[in-house]
Write a protein that binds this ligand. Structure first.
Ligand SMILES: *Cc1c(COP(=O)(O)O)cnc(C)c1O
Length: 369
């Protein structure tokens, strides 16, 4: 029997490295509510993200919902149909109406040249995704947002550690949100963060993530509980020490895929855009008509070899039952996204993917030529 290969395998440091941190937590009995590991991780991440303000939260979904709440929005939100479901659900859960705009074929991010046509008097914000960690066209989005007085929230769940033209990609937008879920490039089992530009914004988020409480006797706002525990924060401080190495290992795997698939007719790898220092969080390929077999046929054939690729992102969010009747969800409005959702396949990529296993993944893709 051959081993099964999954699309991701969470990185963890050696168990022994975690023990002194756990001992600390047990000794101190500070388990949550902004304890010492929470403070240490926020400070370390702030440094990594070019001095931006960082608020840790319990997961990436709460990062989105709290950021949307903090932005004080009402009305319509321009967003992408090509993402994980949390992106659109967070808009909907904030009592806002998602308005889908098509994506670009080169990076599968929201197409900024189509945003202005979707703006109405009710538009209040743009919620865009740095898909697979590739930065959106942040300059154009910022320019549109300024001219139309819109908030910009980036779902940066894929973009931890990515830099663009020498800047942390998390330094763009009014808010950028992160997920530290087990499957992400940086994980704390579950976790996330909201990155903002001002200490006022951070203070507001820190209130919203803790029931709206500002002091023992003062609760000026409605808020839920989105706090990260000391366990997750301690693990995060440890994961951060290994992060650059994790990205280096992923980069080697990325390069090997690109070389091995370069001459396969009909298989396209997404280019690494100019000016981007990537995190190699995903390895999407597009299975085009020229390949002679559909994406789903390849997906199923690989599954028979116990290789579990993922069709991120399929189905499109605009096709889900709660969104498909929106005018912006019409197929004519989203041709590029519809095509991408039919063609994309994410191949396994994680730091300890062995050369033998990577060859096993490459072989069925090359078998057709
Ligand atoms: C993973 C993910 C989220 C949600 O993060 P969780 O930590 O799982 O709640 C949100 N948006 C995108 C694009 C994601 O990939």
């Amino acid at each position: 029997m051959t081993n099964s290969i999954y699309v991701s395998r969470p990185f963890l440091p050696d168990f022994g490295e975690m023990l002194p941190l756990l001992q600390d937590i047990w000794d101190r009995r500070v388990l949550t509510n902004g304890g010492p590991y929470h403070q240490e991780l926020e400070a370390a991440l702030s440094e990594r993200f070019d001095g931006r303000q960082v608020s840790l939260v319990a997961n990436g979904m709460l990062a989105l919902t709290v950021a949307i709440d903090a932005a004080g929005l009402e009305g319509e939100v321009i967003t992408t149909p090509y993402s994980f479901v949390a992106t659109t659900h967070s808009v909907k859960m904030g009592q806002l109406t998602p308005v889908f705009v098509d994506i670009k074929p080169d990076d599968l991010n929201i197409d900024p040249t189509r945003i202005e046509a979707a703006i109405t008097p009710r538009t209040c914000a743009i919620v865009a995704v740095h898909c697979y960690g590739n930065p959106c066209n942040v300059d154009m989005i910022e320019d549109i947002a300024k001219r139309h007085n819109l908030a910009v929230i980036y779902d940066a769940a894929h973009a931890f550690g990515v830099r663009f033209n020498g800047r942390s990609v998390l330094s763009f937008g009014d808010y950028a949100t992160l997920s530290f879920h087990a499957t992400k490039v940086f994980n704390t089992f579950e976790g996330g963060a909201i990155v903002t530009g001002t200490s006022e914004n951070k203070a507001h988020i820190d209130t919203l993530k803790n029931f709206g409480i500002t002091s023992e006797s003062s609760i000026p706002e409605v808020g839920g509980n989105a706090k990260m525990s000391e366990f997750n924060a301690a693990l995060g401080t440890l994961q951060l020490k290994h992060f650059d190495n994790v990205v280096r290992q992923r980069g080697i795997i990325d390069k090997r895929y690109r070389e091995a698939l370069a001459d396969v007719p009909g298989i396209q790898c997404l280019p690494i855009p100019v000016g981007v220092e990537p995190n190699f969080s995903y390895f999407p390929i597009l299975v085009t008509e020229e390949y002679g077999e559909s994406r789903d046929q390849l997906y199923n054939r690989m599954k028979e070899d116990s290789i579990y690729t993922r069709r991120y992102f399929f189905p499109l969010l605009s096709g889900l039952p709660m969104y498909r009747d929106l005018p912006s969800a019409a197929a004519e409005n989203l041709p590029v996204a519809i095509r991408a959702a039919e063609q994309v396949l994410c191949l396994p990529i994680y730091p300890d993917l062995s050369t033998e296993d990577q060859d096993r993944i490459i072989e069925p893709i090359r078998r057709r030529i």
